[in-house]
Design a protein around this ligand. Structure first.
Ligand SMILES: [Fe+2]
Ligand SMILES: [Fe+2]
Length: 348
């Protein structure tokens, strides 16, 4: 059987586009929304960026829980700024995902219907003020380790969004560290509260890097596409290396009796991570899963009037611009008409 000539042309064009894409990736160039990209690359990015955006938005809740109860005006102002930053991160990332052909409405719908994934870390409760410190130090700290390499992600809008996000994440990590430092320099009860929060957030923060490399099926492809630059285990090791000296300064104990530097293997030796607990949270059986989605859905419903008002305002603005444009062009026509007799007087 011979291939029809049109099919052969399509095939050739497809191969050429694929070769151009591969060459851009190979040369460490950015892929931009106008460029052709393989469907699997587009889908992977939509999944990753939208999950990332949802995590930023849901991630406002565990700390939003403490804004009204922050121990001082200064702490309240810092926490509010931090939670607002997370909203901003969500917005940059939704915008980046939109350049790949998914709408913001679709992404929101997936989230509030409970069909979209987001980072499971945000399904843990925040019972004490020390949780604000532990989240900043550990959760935002893990986010930085994960996200700094994403600034070089091959997809332009994603990489550029990450540059700005990372600057803000480092402020988040420092404010968390500073909360824990103040508590650790306080009363025995405050020190106990800080250590308890570190004990609860340490393991979930290690799990934020995803499953071990040998159980992470999508990682190799993401690395070949240069979306991901380091493996889950490499990033986890880097994070532990960052935490150990900081824990010493704080005076907190990282809750892993087996944690030590293995000089011969040149890596941190840790206890086995209990992935079954994370699996429970991912499966929706974490302490806060249902509440996080319910809150998001309520906020979306309660914000309907804002979206309607904004859409109506945009419609009126458009109508106004259109009618002033029409007025302008008809007055130009009129002035043309008034000029016309003069021009007709010019002998041709
Ligand atoms: Fe963030
Ligand atoms: Fe953050």
């Amino acid at each position: 059987m011979t291939t029809p000539p049109e099919a052969a042309t399509i095939d050739l064009a497809q191969r050429e586009r694929q070769a151009e894409f591969d060459a851009l990736i190979e040369a460490d160039q950015r892929i931009e929304p106008r460029d052709w990209m393989p469907e699997a690359y587009r889908k992977t990015l939509i999944r990753q960026i939208s999950q990332h955006a949802h995590s930023e938005i849901i991630g406002m809740q565990p700390e939003g829980n403490w804004i009204t109860r922050a121990p001082s005006l200064k702490r309240k102002a810092i926490l509010m700024a931090k939670v607002q930053d997370e909203a901003g991160h969500g917005l940059y990332l939704y915008s980046a995902a939109q350049t790949l052909g998914i709408t913001r409405d679709e992404m929101t719908e997936h989230l509030i219907e409970g069909r979209a994934k987001y980072s499971s870390i945000f399904n843990y409760p925040t019972p004490t003020w020390a949780d604000m410190g532990a989240i900043g130090w550990l959760v935002d700290g893990a986010a930085i380790c994960n996200q700094v390499p994403l600034c070089r992600a091959s997809y332009g809008p994603y990489g550029r969004a990450m540059v700005r996000i990372c600057k803000e994440e480092s402020f988040h990590q420092r404010q968390g560290f500073e909360i824990l430092l103040s508590l650790m320099q306080g009363t025995p009860a405050q020190r106990k509260m800080a250590q308890d929060a570190v004990n609860r957030w340490y393991w979930p923060s290690l799990m934020m890097f995803g499953p071990p490399d040998d159980a992470s099926p999508n990682s190799a492809q993401s690395m070949a596409w240069k979306i991901k630059r380091f493996s889950n285990d490499e990033l986890r090791q880097r994070f532990i290396g960052m935490l150990v000296p900081q824990a010493e300064v704080l005076g907190v104990t990282l809750p892993d009796p087996e944690l030590r530097w293995d000089a011969s293997a040149e890596r941190w030796h840790t206890s086995e991570i209990d992935w079954s607990e994370l699996q429970e949270v991912i499966a929706g059986r974490g302490a806060m899963n249902a509440e996080r989605i319910r809150n998001r859905r309520n906020a979306h419903d309660e914000g309907a009037w804002v979206r309607e008002a904004a859409a109506e305002y945009a419609r009126k603005q458009q109508a106004r611009t259109r009618s002033s444009g029409e007025r302008r062009s008809s007055s130009e026509e009129r002035s043309d008409e008034t000029k016309r007799p003069e021009t007709t007087e010019v002998p041709s």
